[in-house]
Design a protein. Structure first.
Length: 74
């Protein structure tokens, strides 16, 4: 399910919300995915201009960002 949201963001250029576990702390981010591979992905967090690298194993859950219901545009 997480990979489905990551692909949605990558293919449509939409932001998604992810929850990460890093060093025992939870972190919630709105990101736009710019690249994916087997072990992780690169995404631009809201408020930043450069992409950051995230391990797929660190992502606990993913969802549509606020205001996005996932509807397909015609």
């Amino acid at each position: 399910m997480i990979e489905r949201f990551l692909r949605y963001s990558l293919e449509r250029g939409k932001k998604i919300q992810i929850v990460l576990s890093r060093g025992g702390a939870l972190e919630r981010l709105n990101v736009r995915v710019v690249a994916m591979d087997e072990g992780g992905f690169e995404a631009i967090p809201s408020g930043r201009k450069c992409p950051a690298r995230y391990a797929l194993s660190d992502v606990l859950t993913a969802a549509y960002a606020r205001g996005d219901a996932g509807e397909l545009e015609e």
